[in-house]
Design a binder for this molecule. Structure first.
Ligand code: GLU
Length: 306
């Protein structure tokens, strides 16, 4: 694809920066509420390893739920199809931390990107990995080609101190028999993976294997097979933006995943991955300027998948 990403990214960035910066920074995790709401950056990485960054694309931020893409990849790679006995692949239509559906669904979360599903994924990883905390970090460092990627103990313990809903979710799922380890152990792992801090540049590079049929673009190793990568992209498309996944598909038209730290990751299969970060969130928990940026970007570049 010979699109002029450099000038498109630059002009979309200027246009969105000059517009409004509405919404609120996430405050239910105490450590997140002090972030400067004016931060704004984006980075696009292509599968032929060109990188186009703008604004605060080299500042670290809390990746939060974007990590759920990577924990899903790791669990799917290890467990294959039997993963889907423990959770589904349907959009939930409910907020990310909702408890209501679980009752009717007998403790089987709708998908791996709502908190309930991500907690079940953490339980699976704890059961199958010799040292889940260490092994997950090794996986993140491997796909990022960056040994400095790390958990933030500050953010993890901040979330733990106020994570009442996630505690409720985990115990509730356990009551249906769909959590096999001790809830406290599962939650410690969940809070830790959500606490990872990365830059737009680092995350866009880490996502690239999903644009490249499951294969890293640097050392060319397969992280997963093409069919698995296709399915992860499909789940991002239908479930990646809380109960605004339909709106994201309508406005942006790329598989993607957002986090309450204000990051949004998106993938264009066979071409690139793109990361945008701006901390103010709309009412559904997605970055306000992030959504606008990606909408204007896919319009200007004609790079939606539709
Ligand atoms: N750690 C956050 C939570 O569990 C992640 C939420 C998100 O980014 O969607 O509430």
């Amino acid at each position: 694809m010979m699109t002029d990403f450099e000038s498109i990214i630059q002009s979309v960035y200027e246009s969105v920066k000059n517009g409004d910066n509405k919404g609120e920074v996430a405050s239910y995790i105490p450590e997140l509420k002090d972030v400067n709401p004016e931060h704004f950056g984006a980075c696009l990485s292509t599968i032929d390893n060109r990188v186009f960054g703008v604004g605060d694309f080299q500042k670290t931020f809390s990746i939060q739920s974007i990590v759920k893409v990577f924990s899903l990849c790791m669990a799917y790679r290890i467990s294959g199809q039997k993963l889907w006995k423990r959770l589904g692949v349907e959009p939930s239509g409910n907020p990310f931390n909702s408890l209501v559906q679980l009752e009717a669904d007998n403790g089987i979360p709708r998908n791996p990107f709502v908190n309930a599903g991500a907690i079940v994924i953490c339980d699976i990883l704890l059961s199958v990995l010799p040292d889940a905390h260490k092994d997950f970090l090794t996986f993140m460092r491997d796909i990022s080609d960056d040994d400095s990627v790390n958990y933030s103990e500050r953010i993890a313990s901040s979330e733990k101190s106020a994570g009442y809903r996630n505690v409720a979710l985990c115990n509730f799922i356990k009551s249906f028999g769909n959590i096999h380890n001790e809830p406290e152990e599962v939650l410690d792992f969940y809070f830790r993976i959500c606490s990872i801090e990365m830059t737009c540049e680092g995350l866009s590079k880490a996502m690239l294997f999903l644009a490249n049929g499951g294969r890293k673009t640097t050392d060319k190793r397969a992280i997963m097979n093409p069919s698995q990568a296709k399915r992860i992209n499909a789940i991002m498309q239908s479930c990646g933006h809380y109960d605004e996944s339909g709106e994201f598909t309508y406005r942006v038209g790329l598989p993607g995943k957002s986090g309450v730290g204000g990051g949004i990751a998106a993938v264009h299969p066979q071409d690139f991955s793109i990361l945008v970060w701006s901390p103010r969130l709309n009412a559904r928990g997605n970055s306000h300027r992030g959504m606008k940026f990606l909408e204007e970007f896919t319009t200007a570049s004609q790079c939606s998948i539709f």
